[in-house]
Design a protein around this ligand. Structure first.
Ligand SMILES: NC(=O)c1ccc[n+]([C@@H]2O[C@H](COP(=O)([O-])OP(=O)(O)OC[C@H]3O[C@@H](n4cnc5c(N)ncnc54)[C@H](OP(=O)(O)O)[C@@H]3O)[C@@H](O)[C@H]2O)c1
Length: 310
């Protein structure tokens, strides 16, 4: 089975590389591609690669993720986040193969009380969210008439081997004695490793035509705001022996209104995972996902320890 993974140099792409290399797949038939191998802003590049490699499974871990820059690079964001996934989906639907794609909490406007389900109306606030939502729609549309199967996993607040909020906070806590962090935006931090473990399992089930195609929310158990996440990251680092200028008590909560950014963010990014949980239970897959029910805070603590050990 030929497996093509886009985004090899991103947080999720690197996590997939580790996961798939450790898994049951034949390594000779897996190809990981980055920007230098295939520019996703160029539709022809994407089509040519698909035609030449003939994948049975496409995993799209790549995306234009510069949320603020997207406000001034709309065309590029849409090319990478909407047009490229559309090209992948058209290929998959016409060839009866599998597409696993990732999307974001930023497709919602964050005004809902409580967690968002897959049935809630998308209403992205910024260009990044709009481009990701356009990508979702293009994929769903491509599979309406075609064969093949797909899953779009919406996730949030991803951290792994790359730039992310936790690394930024730990760097700032080394440099400064006091930090100010937003406490009125809520979401669920998601480990790239956790997501790749889940994604690899789903890719197999999709390819075997067991898993039902559709959009699924994929985040760990629990919820927090950025301030709480920053506190836990700093506390975990200190407990693991790091020397920082700022303790968790030196972090002050501020409202998002005091930290204006070019792109608006949803105040509520909580995603409900009941649909995914049901599907995993139906296929008896939960037992194959050792970290599925590990709460977000335990995962963050383990991640910080790992960062310090590296
Ligand atoms: N990060 C988050 O907090 C977050 C939250 C919710 C959802 N998501 C979604 O989760 C998925 C994975 O995100 P991530 O955190 O792994 O992102 P990431 O670390 O920013 O990685 C994205 C990758 O996409 C590649 N890419 C961008 N433009 C490209 C182009 N024109 N051609 C080829 N490759 C290109 C980048 O290549 P370079 O390395 O060369 O730049 C990068 O390696 C994405 O679908 C994202 O929308 C992320």
């Amino acid at each position: 089975m030929n497996i093509l993974v886009f985004g090899k140099d991103g947080q999720l792409g690197k996590a997939f590389a580790e996961q798939l290399k450790a898994g049951q797949f034949n390594q000779d038939t897996i190809r990981f591609v980055g920007r230098a191998d295939c520019d996703l802003a160029n539709t022809q590049h994407v089509s040519d690669l698909l035609q030449s490699f003939q994948p049975q499974v496409i995993i799209n871990a790549a995306a234009y993720t510069a949320v603020d820059k997207a406000e001034s690079e709309s065309e590029l964001a849409f090319a990478i986040n909407a047009k490229a996934p559309e090209t992948m989906a058209s290929y998959a639907a016409s060839q009866d193969v599998t597409l696993l794609h990732f999307s974001t909490d930023y497709v919602f406007d964050g005004t809902k009380q409580g967690s968002y389900t897959e049935l809630d109306q998308a209403n992205p606030l910024g260009v990044y969210g709009k481009s990701k939502e356009a990508g979702e729609r293009a994929i769903v549309q491509a599979f309406v008439k075609g064969a093949g199967q797909y899953a779009i996993l919406r996730t949030s607040w991803v951290y792994g081997n790359g730039a992310n909020f936790i690394r930024t906070i730990l760097r700032l806590a080394k440099e400064r004695a006091e930090l100010r962090v937003i406490d009125d935006q809520f979401g669920i931090p998601t480990s790239a490793q956790w997501l790749a473990e889940l994604g690899s399992q789903l890719a197999s089930s999709l390819a075997n035509k067991q898993f039902a195609s559709g959009i699924y929310h994929a985040v760990p158990v629990g919820e927090i705001n950025w301030y709480g996440l920053a506190q836990l990251a700093v506390q975990s680092a200190i407990e693991a022996g790091a020397t920082l200028k700022a303790s968790s008590g030196a972090i002050s909560p501020i409202p998002a209104s005091q930290y204006p950014l070019p792109a608006p963010r949803p105040m509520n990014s909580r995603l409900a995972t009941n649909k995914l949980q049901s599907e995993l239970e139906r296929l008896d897959l939960v037992s194959k996902l050792p970290h599925w029910n590990t709460p977000w805070d335990k995962q963050v603590t383990a991640y910080v320890r790992q960062l310090l050990a590296d």
